[in-house]
Design a protein around this ligand. Sequence first.
Ligand SMILES: *Cc1c(COP(=O)(O)O)cnc(C)c1O
Length: 405
Amino acid sequence: METMLKDCIYLDNNATTKVAPQVIEAMMPFLTDYYGNPSSMHTFGGQLAKSVKVAREQTAALIGAEESEIVFTSSGTEGDNAAIRAALLAQPEKRHIITSQVEHPAVLNVCKQLETQGYQVTYLSVNDKGQIYLNELEASLTGNTALVTVMYANNEIGTIFPIEEIGARVKEYGAIFHVDAVQAVGKVPLNMKTSTIDMLTISGHKIHAPKGIGALYVKRGVRFRPLLIGGHQERGRRAGTENVPGIIALGKAAELEMLLLEEATKRERKLRDRLEQTLLAKIPDCVVNGDVKNRLPNTSNIGFKYIEGEAILLLLNKHGICASSGSACTSGSLEPSHVLRAMGLPYTTLHGSIRFSLCRYTTEAEIEQVIAIMPEIVERLRALSPFNNDEAGWLQQQEHTLVNR
Ligand SMILES: *Cc1c(COP(=O)(O)O)cnc(C)c1O
């Protein structure tokens, strides 16, 4: 690769994170000397099983769960898929699912497929801050509802859902409550012991562990059916020889998150607010997307009117700054983000929205550099835009391109 990420100002931490040096150090021996199979009967296997147990305890501790409630998976995506399937298989008589319009594709696309298999799916709408309406949830719940699956915090805008208020209503109807907490873990304190959540998804690479490892929390007593069938690994809840280096890495990453959560999030919030408030003050016609009162401390999604987010990203990239226009999964297509669309944002902001997502490695100097460069970039692009300040003209052009695609 020509440019290395380490030379960049990396503000795309909701897409993926750098592996923490302590995590690399912890997992390395398991890629070299300790290559055994934890299910093997010899001492070698036994030692590995012990290390896996420690990692399971570390992962459980981060979310206030028991060690036995953690199932290691390959990813957040697998966790979401496994939870949804398990909930439906456990209650075959129920055929209704409730989710939201702003979920990650790992939930949304599973639900879409289930619709073709005879399930009825309710996609809860959101307001202009990306919050669901609790009364719409109440109106949608029935005795036929098998599962409510919603995200803890949104990856694009950072909006945090009122999870326990949702959970209380879900429990009244006896449905299973699954939460995709991939973005909340390590950023929000979580305690499964006092929670209504039945299943919760975690992904390693969003919390400074490598890609390809994740965990699903399954509350004790919740009926579970495995997605992957084969050997007896993970107490029969997920077949396949364990990804031992990945598991050790996730355990270490979880331990670090727990240790650093309070201090790191306080710092990130301060840097994020400085970035956001300064940009808003310096640049005309821009708005913050999301719920600023209930939001992840590391995320800022800003809409710059009258220009294209992709163009902003290209210019930022030239200055060595990595950000994102919403979801990494939809970029590459020119479709505006399904999250921002669900929020009903006007066309002018829909296309010019940029997400900055920080992490504990983000420095003050990096934020100052973004603050220094961003006004120029926006000004330059707006000067090129024939519709600068012309809402009607912009709208017409957008409709034209949509029709002619
Ligand atoms: C990244 C992400 C996922 C997917 O996790 P992977 O480990 O990349 O499969 C799921 N949900 C949310 C909210 C995410 O941000």
